[in-house]
Design a protein around this ligand. Structure first.
Ligand SMILES: C[S@@+](CC[C@H](N)C(=O)[O-])C[C@H]1O[C@@H](n2cnc3c(N)ncnc32)[C@H](O)[C@@H]1O
Length: 340
């Protein structure tokens, strides 16, 4: 019943003939059922392949249009002012490992060293380090709203030939039909209007270009859901697919990812839980027309309201620093091969 209320739930299909039982990791989903943690999901109304409703997403969340505490550009700016200091060494290892990154970038199909690539919300360049394994650094642009995060990227030797610029994911400083690949990892959760950012991804890509957005997935466990909704945007899998389709992308696919020590558990949500790709089928702007931006960053903000939101949002974020540690301890204690 819950699933029938969700857009496109009936359209999600597991491709490559993989059935949940044959997948490597199984975890306990909502209502205690087992579900596949990984696999490639694509969207097709006509497909006869076995359908898989993504059980990690079956509970209702606040709509993406109602931003959480750290889902405004000013809050994201200050959040990363401090987080950039520890980002690579303390935050990433719990959520976003090198093997996850390489797995998540695989559907982006970085098949040619001469491709023009934009890494939007590129931050300290952690994902860009994965991109430059396949594409010449001189062809890669890292864009981020945080000069503090970008300062870390500038210090990385393999990224010294990349172009590094400040900018907003929802209003990209690239011309239409510019890039062969659009990559964005772990940034969508801070965008006040994710649909606008994905529309921009479409616009800046060339005909046949591919967008790859890696981001969080919504929890089903009640406490994790509570903190997720306070902190930032944790989209549902079907929301990603809907945003891509509305922006005009074709061949939209979603690949589930997660840290190894979670053994496929997705009920707490994941900061980096899926890699969604889509292909631009025609040159030019997106067929989706949107009005003016929801957030005007030039408007004055009440400092007390800002501080209250910022502190509550950052505290909720701290819960998600603890979850990977809790899962790691469980992984150490529970015998291998058993669900945790
Ligand atoms: C979790 S970090 C991810 C960094 C990097 N992509 C990685 O894989 O490690 C999120 C990044 O998104 C950036 N960001 C948030 N909102 C943004 C926006 N509207 N435009 C551009 N960058 C944004 C933040 O400054 C931050 O550096």
């Amino acid at each position: 019943m819950a699933s029938s209320m969700l857009y496109g739930a009936e359209n999600l299909t597991l491709t490559r003939g993989v059935t949940p039982k044959r997948l490597g990791f199984l975890g306990s989903g909502v209502h205690g059922k087992q579900f596949a943690n990984s696999g490639l999901i694509s969207c097709s109304r006509m497909s006869k392949v076995r359908t898989l409703s993504p059980k990690c997403s079956l509970s209702s969340s606040r709509p993406a249009s109602q931003p959480r505490f750290i889902q405004h550009k000013k809050e994201a700016f200050w959040f990363y002012r401090f987080l950039s200091i520890v980002y690579d060494h303390v935050i990433n290892p719990g959520h976003w490992t090198e093997d996850m990154r390489d797995e998540a970038l695989e559907p982006a199909d970085l098949s040619n060293r001469n491709m023009l690539v934009v890494d939007v919300g590129g931050g300290t360049g952690f994902t860009t380090l994965g991109i430059v394994k396949h594409v010449d650094a001189k062809n890669v642009t890292i864009l981020d709203q945080s000069p503090h995060q970008l300062a870390k990227a500038k210090q990385k030797e393999p990224l010294k030939d990349c172009k590094i610029i400040e900018g907003d994911a929802e209003d990209l400083p690239f011309k239409t039909d510019y890039a062969d690949r659009y990559i964005s990892a772990g940034s969508i959760e801070y965008w006040p209007e994710p649909q606008r950012g994905i529309r921009e991804a479409y616009r800046v890509l060339k005909l046949g270009g591919k967008a790859c957005i890696i981001g969080p997935v919504y929890p089903t466990f009640w406490l994790s859901r509570f903190f997720a909704d306070v902190w930032m945007l944790f989209p549902k899998e079907e929301e990603y697919i809907e945003w891509f389709q509305k922006a005009g992308f074709k061949d939209v696919q979603l690949k589930r990812i997660g840290p190894k020590w979670y053994r496929g558990v997705r009920r707490h949500g994941l900061i980096m839980g899926c890699s969604v790709t889509g292909v631009k089928p025609a040159s030019g702007d997106s067929p989706l027309q949107l009005g003016p931006k929801a957030e005007d960053v030039s408007e004055p903000v009440n400092p007390f309201v800002f501080l209250y939101r910022f502190i509550l949002g950052a505290m909720a974020g701290a819960y998600f620093v603890l979850v990977p540690i809790y899962m790691w301890i469980k992984d150490q204690i529970v015998p291998k091969g058993q669900p945790i």
